[in-house]
Write a protein of this length. Structure first.
Length: 350
């Protein structure tokens, strides 16, 4: 309660500075799944010692533990960030008593915002699912897809077509979602003129960037932002670089670095928009660290790094959080990942 009062007082000072008629900001939430500080550093040193994160205004650190485990999974951490509650590993959109909780995307949607989710995993994976779904197990993919079909999210892009049209229950959700247009390519996604579009990029899980995954996350993000902006309303966009985590799990440095480089290019795309728009808050973080990544050698002149791992799973180390744009100073400091929701909720309800 005290933290929420402090947030209210801080936000009141923003109103005094900018005036009572300040428009609600757009919010772009970017999650690098499994993206610890060493993963960021690996991408930076592999990119001529530069990362787009150097453009951020404020930096902080997040505690990531779940309700039942010091080492969180993506479902529990996704729920913490999206809905402000600690829950059990593998649980999506439910609190510790297994009651449904509203996500920041759902709150924005109900307040008239445009909404979108894009991911380099399936769209029903734990992190994106935590922004629209309520299930006891993150592996209830058919049920998560069914809930997405009723979520009224304006635009969603990711893999996992089979959970919509090749289901155990025989339903074809794509046919049932008659208020949506479905794209079959990046070009068709760009050209469809509708406020509800689904683009299922792969039948199952998308392949890794190092294996040639297309379309690129930065291109999807650019097109999605332009679509959201065209409606003249505030918007909430979730962008997940999902497979940074998979590179960490597999202790596969080529996969990890290729995903980090794509995520960094997407950050640049988002920042370029935010700099021009002047009313877009960008928050970038990770749900947890994966692999216990350590850089043990390399060559800065040749943009090479040598990585060692201590695990094939997640770790409990704190993860960085970066912010840029209006209200971005709220996100500096060291705090629990549930406070991301508190801060975003306070901003949109100010």
């Amino acid at each position: 309660m005290l933290k929420k009062l402090i947030l209210f007082l801080i936000l009141s000072s923003y109103v005094n500075i900018f005036g009572q008629d300040t428009k609600p900001p757009n919010i772009i939430m970017m999650i690098g799944d499994g993206m610890g500080l060493s993963a960021i550093s690996s991408g930076m040193y592999s990119n001529n010692n530069y990362t787009s994160l150097e453009r951020t205004e404020y930096v902080g650190l997040l505690k990531t533990h779940s309700l039942d485990n010091l080492v969180t999974d993506s479902a529990a951490s996704g729920t913490a960030m999206s809905s402000g509650v600690k829950t059990y590993n593998r649980t999506v959109g439910l609190d510790g008593s297994l009651s449904s909780v509203k996500s920041i995307l759902e709150i924005c949607r109900d307040r008239g915002y445009m909404t979108a989710i894009i991911a380099t995993s399936t769209i029903v994976h734990a992190t994106p699912a935590s922004y629209y779904s309520k299930v006891k197990s993150r592996y209830q993919y058919d049920e998560i897809a069914s809930q997405l079909s009723k979520s009224n999210i304006n635009f969603f892009v990711g893999g996992g077509e089979k959970y919509f049209n090749d289901r155990l229950d025989g339903r074809n959700l794509i046919n049932e979602m008659d208020d949506y247009f479905f794209a079959n390519s990046l070009e068709s996604y760009k050209n469809i003129n509708s406020n509800k579009i689904g683009y299922l990029t792969y039948y199952d899980e998308p392949i890794g960037k190092n294996e040639g995954r297309e379309p690129s996350l930065e291109d999807i993000a650019h097109i999605t932002i332009q679509k959201l902006k065209s409606f003249g309303k505030p918007f909430f966009l979730l962008v997940e670089g999902s497979q940074i985590d998979w590179g960490g799990h597999d202790n596969d440095s080529e996969h990890l670095i290729s995903e980090m480089l794509e995520f960094d290019r997407t950050i640049e795309t988002v920042f370029n928009f935010a700099d021009k728009d002047k009313n877009t808050l960008v928050v970038i973080t990770a749900d947890h660290e994966t692999g216990g990544v350590a850089i043990v050698d390399g060559n800065r002149e040749e943009s090479l790094v040598e990585i060692k791992y201590i695990s094939e799973d997640h770790t409990a180390t704190m993860v960085p959080i970066f912010s840029l744009g209006p209200y971005s100073s709220l996100f500096k400091g060291v705090y629990d990942n549930t406070e991301i929701f508190d801060k975003l909720e306070a901003i949109i309800k100010k």
